[in-house]
Write a protein that binds this ligand. Structure first.
Ligand code: F0G
Length: 460
């Protein structure tokens, strides 16, 4: 008998719940005005379904909570550090680990260690904190992702791929000496959670080997990327997600990790490095900014939860259900005719705000306005990923105008049900129906760094 394809239902059952408040329209109107139309400035108690981010918002398993009770809070040499080190070596294959309180702390350390003033860092699309740390260390980020990644309608299966011609051109223009490393992200966040293929990564490795340039991997969502490789890349259907994760990591020299995503913890991250001499320097630097090299800004219990989370993150049933839920919401919105980034990414659905609010120009912050409008409709909190997130050009001081002007519906792992996804889709559909009446915003307060977190707006 032929086996029919089965649904992605969750490989767990619910043991404890967190009650949330379903607000009224009046409550939401006041809340979003008080927040200056910035969903980052809302109080969480005013939010019904929180799709701001998948960062630190996962539900931990009973095993992880049990791990929390096994915290060894020794200042030096905590047993939990050694468990973390073993997990990183076993599942990712990197040799040395420096724990950090979250991803950007690892980005800070690697940027300070490898980047000199005037250096160039090519990468497959920027990420906000990563690029800022590269700039603060004196470097300049150059985007070498394939053009398809900047087109929300292009259905290329690996929109996270690097354009080798662009990379070669950067090497020819600046010289390999000025390129400390290529920054390769898996499941490229700003492109919409789009994967890089192993074929492409192998070619990038070959090219960088030729010039003795390192590859530093932003492995924040590496398991999700591996899932797409298994699903889409010829030759990988019979490999496990875990094997693919390892193969990706093996092609790179080191990695920064925000364990708040893939690795299913509420706080934590690390820097992983193969080169011993570089690891020693990183280990020396972490004591200045984070804490001793066996805890790096974390409690012992956090490292224990992280090492258990790493093993759960590459489980086949887990990753299938995790990405399955994102695809469920994405396909529902596509059926409703809502413009979204295609293909649907791994950690969220990204609305194309330029198309959704085609009557607004980009300097009226359409994604910011749309995100506020969705909150007003239903209490669903989303995030702007467009002109506000892109910040200003560090040389000219003008706004960067990214091609992608998006609203991200980011799905926390193991937190919401299919019914929640239905409510979200219905709310977006409703907002889409009255989109013509949505007005733009003007920015009335702009912080110097990572402005999207704290900027305030008013309706035009
Ligand atoms: N790299 C990527 C690809 C990320 O998505 C993030 C965080 C970081 C690095 C930084 O890690 O937050 O632990 O310091 N992304 C969150 C988000 C904030 O909502 O996408 P962190």
């Amino acid at each position: 008998m032929e086996k029919k394809k089965r649904s992605w239902a969750e490989p767990y059952k619910i043991k404890m719940v967190e009650l949330v408040h379903i607000s009224t329209y009046e409550e939401r109107k006041k809340a979003i005005e008080d927040a200056g139309y910035n969903t980052f400035l809302l109080r969480s108690r005013d939010v019904y379904i929180d799709l701001l981010t998948d960062s630190g918002t996962s539900a931990m398993s009973d095993r992880q909570w049990a791990g929390i009770m096994m915290g060894d809070e020794a200042y030096a040499g905590s047993e939990n550090f050694y468990h973390l080190e073993e997990a990183v070596q076993k599942y990712y294959g990197y040799k040395h680990v420096v724990p950090t309180h979250q991803g950007r702390a690892a980005e800070h350390i690697i940027s300070r260690l490898l980047i000199k003033k005037g250096d160039i860092i090519p990468g497959n699309m920027y990420f906000t904190t990563t690029k800022l740390h590269q700039e603060l260390a004196g470097g300049k980020f150059v985007d070498v992702i394939i053009d398809e990644a900047h087109d929300p309608d292009n259905e290329h299966p690996f929109k996270g791929d690097i354009d080798l011609k662009k990379l070669q051109k950067v090497i020819d223009t600046y010289g390999a000496d000025r390129i400390p490393y290529v920054a390769v992200a898996t499941a490229v966040n700003m492109a919409g959670g789009q994967p890089i293929s192993l074929k492409n990564l192998k070619a990038v490795r070959e090219l960088t080997d030729k010039y003795k340039i390192k590859i530093i991997h932003d492995m924040t969502r590496v398991a999700e990327n591996a899932f797409f490789i298994k699903d889409r890349e010829p030759g990988y259907a019979d490999k496990s997600t875990s094997e693919i994760v390892k193969e990706i990591c093996d092609l790179t020299d080191g990695a920064t990790m925000s364990a708040k995503k893939d690795a299913l913890v509420n706080i934590g991250g690390f820097l992983a490095i193969n080169d011993y001499e570089l690891f020693e320097r990183a280990r020396n630097m972490v004591v200045i900014y984070e804490g001793l090299h066996t805890y790096g800004g974390l409690a012992g219990r956090d490292m224990e939860a992280m090492s258990i989370g790493i093993s759960e993150s590459v489980d086949e049933d887990h990753i299938r259900a995790r990405v399955g839920q994102v695809l469920y919401l994405g396909n529902k919105l596509i059926e409703m005719g809502v413009p979204v980034v295609k293909p649907i990414g791994s950690h969220g659905v990204f609305l194309n705000a330029k198309k959704f609010l085609s009557h607004l120009t980009q300097d009226m912050f359409p994604a910011q306005a749309l995100s506020a409008e969705i909150f007003l409709d239903s209490g669903v909190r989303t995030m702007e990923r467009g002109i506000v997130s892109a910040g200003r050009n560090s040389e000219t001081g003008k706004h960067n105008y990214p091609n992608l002007e998006l609203v991200r519906l980011t799905i926390p792992r193991r937190v919401y049900t299919q019914a929640h996804m239905d409510v979200v889709a219905e709310s977006i559909e409703q907002v889409f129906e009255h989109r013509d009446k949505i007005t733009g915003l003007k920015m009335v307060y702009e912080p110097e760094y990572l402005r999207f977190f704290q900027a305030r707006f008013e309706k035009i």
